[in-house]
Design a protein around this ligand. Structure first.
Ligand code: AMP
Ligand code: GLY
Length: 429
C-alpha cells in the first residue's frame, strides 16, 4: 500500500517512522515532510492545503491512503474534497470531514456540542463585536483568572488567560473590536477557569467503534516550572500516573461514548483521531478542548508505545471494521524532550546547522523543524526543531535518556526545558 502523509512536524515524522515498520507498507510519501521523514520515506514539495496538487500526486503515484497530520487541511475540507471527486472518493483519508473538524475549528461549535451531549466542560458564553458590552458585563460575574478563547484557528495562540478583570476587559475588546486574531476572533468564548492537572486522551474512531490510545501529558509553556509564553508543546510523557484505569473509565463513560454517539446522532461521519484535552478536577474529567488530530509532541510518545501495526488500525478506520482490530501497548514509559530554536515561541532564526544527530543512542530523534541543505547538511527550519523520545522502565529512566541524548545534539541557540516530567515525580516516590 502506498501512503501519503500530510504535514511536516515531529508528529508526522513519528507517523512515518511507525508506518514504515508496517508489513503492508509500499511506498511512503510525506508532503512536505522534514529532514527526518526523508530517512523513512520520500518527501514531496507540496503544501498540505494544495488540494489540486495533492490530487495530481495521489493519482500519479497510486496512493491508496492519505493520513492527515495537522488540523488546517481538515478544517479546510481535504477529506470532503476527496469524497466529492470521482477519481479520489474511494481513497480513504484518515481525518474527519469539515463538519467533524469543527470540533477544533470552532470553539463555539465544540462548546455547544458538549452542552448538547452533556459532556462535562466549563460553563461559558460566546460573544461577538455586536455583543461586546454584554461580554464585558459577563466578565464581572466571573472569578479570576479569566479564560478567553478566539473561536477559530489561531495557530495555538488563541487562548488568553488574564489574571485581572482589567486585563480581561482589554483583551476581550482587542479580540472582538480590533480583530486581534483576525477572523478567528470574530467570536470569542469566555469560560470558567478550571483548576486541576491537564492531560490528553487520544481516541481513534471509524465513526462507530473506537480505540482509546495511551494518554499523555504535554508541557506547553516555554519556561521551566511552566512559566512564560505558550508554545506548541515542549515535551511529553506517557503514561500519565493519575490517568489510571478508574480515571480513564470515567473519561470513556462521560466523554468518549457521548462524543462518538453525539457525532453519529448529528449525522457527522467521523473517521480519524480525536484528541481530548482534559482537566482532572479533583478526580473528575472536564473537557478543555477537542482537537481533530493527534497532538505534537504527544504523538512522539503515544505512537512508540503502540506495539501493533498502525496501518492495520488505519485500515480498520477506513473500512469501518475497527472493532475487529486489536492493539497492544508497551507498558514502559515513553518521554520526549523538544529541542527548540533560541527565541521561540517569539522570533527565532532558521538555517543553523544541526550536528550530533548520528551520536544519539537509546533514543529516537524525531525531527520537527528541520530541512536538508543542498549540500546535504541538516539545518534548523522551524521553532520546534527535534523531539528526543526515549523508553524507560520508570519515567525517570526514560527522561534521563532523553536529556542525555538532547545534550548530544548541537545548533546555535538550542534550548529545551530541563523539567519535563518533574511535576509527576511526586506520584512515583
Ligand atoms: P488550547 O489552546 O485550547 O489548548 O488552550 C491553551 C491552554 O489554556 C490549555 O492547555 C489550558 O492550559 C488552558 N485552558 C483552556 N481552557 C481552560 C479553562 N477553562 N480553565 C483553565 N485552563 C484552561
Ligand atoms: N501539544 C498540543 C497540541 O498538539 O495541540
Amino acid at each position: 500500500m502506498n501512503i501519503l502523509i500530510l504535514g511536516s512536524g515531529g508528529r508526522e515524522h513519528a507517523y512515518a517512522w511507525k508506518l514504515a515498520q508496517s508489513k503492508r507498507i509500499g511506498k511512503l510519501f510525506i508532503a512536505p515532510g522534514n529532514a527526518g521523514t526523508a530517512s523513512v520515506g520520500t518527501n514531496i514539495q507540496l503544501s498540505v492545503t494544495d488540494f489540486e496538487g495533492i490530487k495530481k500526486f495521489v493519482l500519479e503515484n497510486g496512493i491508496s491512503m492519505v493520513v492527515v497530520g495537522p488540523e488546517d487541511p481538515l478544517v479546510k475540507g481535504v477529506h470532503d474534497f476527496f469524497l466529492a471527486d470521482a477519481q479520489l472518493k474511494s481513497i480513504p483519508v484518515i481525518g474527519p470531514q469539515k463538519d467533524g473538524a469543527q470540533l477544533e475549528g470552532s470553539k463555539d461549535f465544540s462548546k455547544r456540542f458538549m452542552f448538547r451531549h452533556n459532556i462535562p466542560t466549563a460553563k461559558y458564553e460566546t460573544f461577538t463585536k455586536e455583543t461586546l458590552n454584554e461580554g464585558l458585563k459577563f466578565l464581572e460575574t466571573l472569578q479570576p483568572p479569566y479564560v478567553l478563547k478566539a473561536d477559530g484557528l489561531a495557530a495555538g495562540k488563541g487562548v488568553v488567560i488574564p489574571e485581572t478583570l482589567e486585563e480581561a476587559r482589554k483583551e476581550l475588546s482587542e479580540m472582538l473590536a480590533n480583530a486581534k486574531f483576525g477572523n478567528a476572533s470574530a467570536k470569542v468564548v469566555i469560560e470558567e477557569f478550571l483548576k486541576g492537572i491537564e492531560l490528553s486522551v487520544f481516541v481513534l474512531t471509524d465513526g462507530n467503534s473506537y480505540k482509546i490510545l495511551p494518554a499523555a501529558k504535554d508541557y506547553k509553556r516555554i519556561g521551566v516550572g511552566d512559566t512564560g509564553l505558550n508554545t506548541g508543546g515542549m515535551g511529553a510523557v506517557s503514561p500519565v500516573p493519575f490517568a489510571d484505569d478508574a480515571f480513564i473509565k470515567k473519561v470513556e463513560e462521560r466523554v468518549i461514548i457521548p462524543t462518538i454517539n453525539g457525532l453519529k446522532k448529528e449525522g457527522i461521519t467521523y473517521k480519524g483521531f480525536i484528541f481530548i484535552g482534559l482537566m482532572n478536577v479533583d478526580g473528575d474529567p472536564q473537557v478543555i478542548e477537542y482537537n481533530v488530530r493527534m497532538g505534537d509532541p504527544e504523538t512522539e510518545v503515544v505512537l512508540p508505545r503502540i506495539k501493533s501495526d498502525l496501518l492495520d488500525l488505519f485500515e480498520g478506520v477506513a473500512n469501518g471494521n475497527l472493532h475487529e482490530k486489536t492493539f497492544e501497548v508497551d507498558t514502559r514509559f515513553a518521554t520526549t524532550v523538544m529541542l527548540v530554536a533560541g527565541g521561540y515561541p517569539e522570533e527565532y532564526k532558521k538555517g543553523d546547522v544541526i550536528s550530533g544527530t548520528e551520536t544519539v543512542m537509546g533514543s529516537i530523534a524525531f525531527h520537527a523543524g528541520t530541512i536538508h541543505s543542498h549540500s546535504g547538511e541538516v539545518l534548523t527550519n522551524g521553532g520546534r526543531v527535534m523531539a528526543i523520545t526515549s523508553f524507560g522502565n520508570t519515567m525517570q529512566e526514560a527522561l534521563k535518556n532523553s536529556f542525555a541524548n538532547a545534550e548530544k545534539i548541537s545548533y546555535a541557540g538550542k534550548y529545551y526545558r530541563s523539567d519535563i516530567g518533574k511535576d509527576l515525580e511526586v506520584y512515583y516516590k
